[in-house]
Design a protein around this ligand. Structure first.
Ligand code: SF4
Length: 240
């Protein structure tokens, strides 16, 4: 049977096959440990340029010390820097965390907002983090676009763009809103485990029969699979 030939067809087939490979909801698929949207926001900010495992090592102490946005907003910077030091970029992350604690306390009555237009006004929160909050934290539509999502959606011919906001818009238009979050998280897992940046393992990929970038016998790997678009260097980085 011929594979899907349109971006929408490929997106839907990819979503269906990856749902079998990586089952569960967006929350199930997220490897960051958290109990509340506020904790997820803190963990997501800390996850930039490091691994989920590293973040999960420091967050128990951070969550215990700062139980609310108000407490985080009033944190002593040097104390917070010490707690998060091992996640890297600890000075800028400390500034973001204190800023977001204050903003949520002062402007949103201590509750993490759910609307994209509110979330992106919080210090340290861009569209990617906001979409993590919406999809993983609140179960709302949201498609985080990280380096894996950028790379795989291009390889799969779902978009030609390299601009995260445009990729988000184009890929969202191909799938039902209820699938956006889990689809993004599954692409990230697939990008770590199979469609790795430097050498995609097309031979073991469940998408190979219709992926336009599949490395078929007698055909060299496409430049897009190993070129500048293949950006992630750390296999277990998330949302970074
Ligand atoms: S077939 Fe190859 S290039 Fe296409 S998604 Fe799978 S691993 Fe990536």
């Amino acid at each position: 049977m011929a594979g899907p030939r349109t971006p929408k067809g490929r997106a839907r087939e990819t979503a269906a096959r990856l749902a079998i490979e990586y089952p569960g909801s967006a929350r199930d698929l997220c490897a960051l440990d958290f109990s509340t949207p506020f904790q997820l926001l803190v963990a997501t900010v800390l996850s930039a340029q490091t691994t989920d495992e590293r973040v999960n090592m420091v967050t128990p102490a951070v969550f215990a010390r700062y139980r609310s946005p108000a407490a985080l907003g009033a944190a002593d910077p040097s104390e917070l820097e010490t707690l998060i030091h091992s996640t890297g970029f600890f000075r800028s992350k400390t500034r973001s965390l204190i800023g977001l604690g204050r903003a949520i306390d002062e402007r949103f009555d201590g509750e993490v907002p759910t609307a994209m237009e509110d979330l992106v006004t919080v210090p340290g929160v861009g569209r990617k983090t906001a979409n993590v909050l919406r999809s993983v934290g609140f179960g709302l539509p949201g498609l985080p676009v990280d380096t894996h999502v950028t790379r795989l959606t291009r390889l799969l011919g779902l978009t030609e763009s390299t601009d995260a906001e445009r990729i988000e818009r184009e890929v969202c238009s191909l799938l039902p809103a209820s699938q956006w979050g889990a689809f993004s998280l599954r692409l990230i897992l697939h990008g770590r485990r199979v469609c790795v940046a430097r050498r995609p393992r097309c031979g073991g990929c469940v998408l190979a029969d219709f992926c336009p970038s599949a490395q078929l016998p007698n055909r060299p790997a496409p430049a897009s699979a190993i070129g500048p678009g293949a950006v992630s260097g750390r296999s277990s980085r998330r949302f970074g």
